[in-house]
Design a protein around this ligand. Sequence first.
Ligand SMILES: Cc1cc2nc3c(=O)[nH]c(=O)nc-3n(C[C@H](O)[C@H](O)[C@H](O)COP(=O)(O)O)c2cc1C
Length: 336
Amino acid sequence: MKGRKKEHLEISINEDVQCSYNYWDDVALVHNALPEIDMKEIDTTWREFGKEMKAPIIIAGMTGGFEEAGIINESLAKIAEKYQIGMGVGSQRAGLEDEKVAKSYSIIADYKIPLKIANVGAPQLLEWKKPIEMAEKAIKMIKADVLAIHLNFLQESIQVEGDRVAKGCLEKIREVSSSLSTPVIVKETGAGISMEVAKKLLETDIAGIDIGGMGGTSFAAIEAYRAKKRGDKIQEELGHIFWDWGIPTPYSLLEVAEICQDAGMVIIATGGIRNGLDVARAIALGADAAGIASSLITSDSAEKKMEVCFRSLKTAMFLTGCKNIKELKDVEVWID
Ligand SMILES: Cc1cc2nc3c(=O)[nH]c(=O)nc-3n(C[C@H](O)[C@H](O)[C@H](O)COP(=O)(O)O)c2cc1C
């Protein structure tokens, strides 16, 4: 298990595992030639889950469970603290099953991060005898404000040793979300959420959805590389066939944003977000915040990347004449 998460990270950094097309390029915000605002007055504050963040940006959960992962989580935590934004950790399964590696996740609790997101997989909730206790332990491990339950069945289907039992996940999500006092969100990991699935999730006690759509990191691609390394040519070919599988993030957002807003759910758009312009596009399409993952770990400086993210978000807001995030939600959007 530990080895698998390490391989995911190495492959994501060293190979091109991006989807063939990033659908955020189809989304244009309508330019305002007369913005009539002072850029200095733009306020990017995002308030959610009783917390205040400097921008609606989240460092999406990626890693944990081995030494190098702890180093990466710590460097990302420093950025989350400096910029006062949200941060998630990767699946905490390893840390829950082996206390020795818990520090690679809990290191983020040493930093003043306004919103910390714990992470467990829906397949693990099925496996564990006491899923509620395990979820509580994951929250405690990083002193989390929110728990994300991730859905990753694209990855599980391509993965050589994948877990293909998806029966009963919805019931587990219902059970866990109704039992915890910490808010729970459901998070896809690159294949998106359809309206039908969102409607089912809305019947549980979750507080939000991270639509985790297609267009950025492809887990089918990551698993294709792993299968190749193992000489499993069949799974490798499956990885290539499903490389671009999923609902593109902007389209997933269009499907679910309205019904989620009506239900008072927080909606996070992760998947293919590269900069603050993509964050602005996501907010204009109905997201409350956007999550950014691979762009941070593949960049030569994650901190510089975040600075560009903040400045490009502000620039997009200036050029659309928006003084705050609420106004950004109402900006006119063209979709190619
Ligand atoms: C190396 C790596 C490991 C990841 N591990 C997890 C994980 O354990 N749990 C999870 O919910 N998402 C995980 N993700 C998914 C990201 O949180 C995110 O949803 C996805 O990468 C899409 O965002 P991106 O296009 O900005 O990379 C991982 C992503 C990467 C690149």
